[in-house]
Design a protein. Structure first.
Lengths: 109, 115
C-alpha cells in the first residue's frame, strides 16, 4: 500500500498467544511483498517475503498469507514474545516500494 | 549478510547548516537505494529513489534542491539536507537493494535535530 503518514493502529496480545497483523494493498500488479519489523529508534528489519505465485510462506515462528483476490496480506506470529513488540510494516514492489501505515504490536507479559 | 550502514546515527546542528548522511551497503552491491523520512508514530515516507550513476527520482512534494542525493557507487549513497531548518528535523532512513525482485535492507536511521 501507499504510505500516507497515517497514525499507527495498535494490537495488544498476551505473551504466548498468536498474533495476526493485517495489511491491504491497492495495486493488483504488485507481485512481491515483504514484511518488516521496526523497533523504536531503528531502521526496519526484514522478516519474511512472499511472491505472488504463492499464497503462504512460513518462516521461524512467522507465516505470511497472501490473498490476491482481495489484495490482502497477513503476518502471523506464533507464541508471541516480548521481543516481538515493535511496529510491523508491509511493503509491495509495484514500481517502487511503498509502505503500509504499519501496526504497533504490544506484547503484554 | 545484506548489511546497510548509515552514518551518522544522530546529528544536532544549527539552523542554516547543511548536513550529509551516508548510506553504505557493506556486503552487497546496491543497484538501487532509497531515502525515507519518518515522523514519530508514523510510517516511512519515501523521499527519493536513486540508481547508481544516475540522477535520483524524487517523490512528489520533495524538494530536490533541498535534499541532494548522490549515488556515485554501488555501495554508497549520500543525502545532503541543505540549509536545514527546524522543520527538517526528522528521522531519515536509507535502504539498499540489489538487482531483481529483492527486499530492501535498511540502515538504522539518522535522527536529525535542527536547533
Amino acid at each position: 500500500g501507499e504510505s500516507v503518514g497515517l497514525h499507527l493502529p495498535t494490537l495488544s496480545v498476551q505473551e504466548g498467544d498468536n498474533s495476526i497483523i493485517n495489511c491491504a494493498y491497492s495495486n493488483s500488479a504488485s507481485d512481491y511483498f515483504i514484511w518488516y519489523k521496526q523497533e523504536s529508534g531503528k531502521g526496519p528489519q526484514f522478516i519474511i517475503d512472499i511472491r505472488s505465485n504463492m499464497d503462504k510462506r512460513q518462516g521461524q515462528r512467522v507465516t505470511v498469507l497472501l490473498n490476491k483476490t482481495v489484495k490482502h496480506l497477513s503476518l502471523q506470529i506464533a507464541a508471541t514474545q516480548p521481543g516481538d513488540s515493535a511496529v510491523y510494516f508491509c511493503a509491495d514492489n509495484f514500481n517502487k516500494f511503498y509502505f503500509g501505515s504499519g501496526t504497533k504490536l504490544n506484547v503484554k507479559p | 549478510g545484506a548489511v546497510v550502514s548509515q552514518h551518522p546515527s544522530w546529528v544536532i546542528c544549527k539552523s542554516g547548516t547543511s548536513v550529509k548522511i551516508e548510506c553504505r551497503s557493506l556486503d552487497f552491491q546496491a543497484t538501487t537505494m532509497f531515502w525515507y523520512r519518518q515522523f514519530p508514530k508514523q510510517s516511512l515516507m519515501l523521499m527519493a529513489t536513486s540508481n547508481e550513476g544516475s540522477k535520483a527520482t524524487y517523490e512528489q512534494g520533495v524538494e530536490k534542491d533541498k535534499f541532494l542525493i548522490n549515488h556515485a557507487s554501488l555501495t554508497l549513497s549520500t543525502l545532503t539536507v541543505t540549509s536545514a531548518h527546524p522543520e527538517d528535523s526528522s528521522f531519515y532512513i536509507c535502504s539498499a537493494r540489489g538487482d531483481g525482485n529483492q527486499p530492501q535492507h535498511f540502515g538504522d536511521g539518522t535522527r536529525l535535530s535542527i536547533l
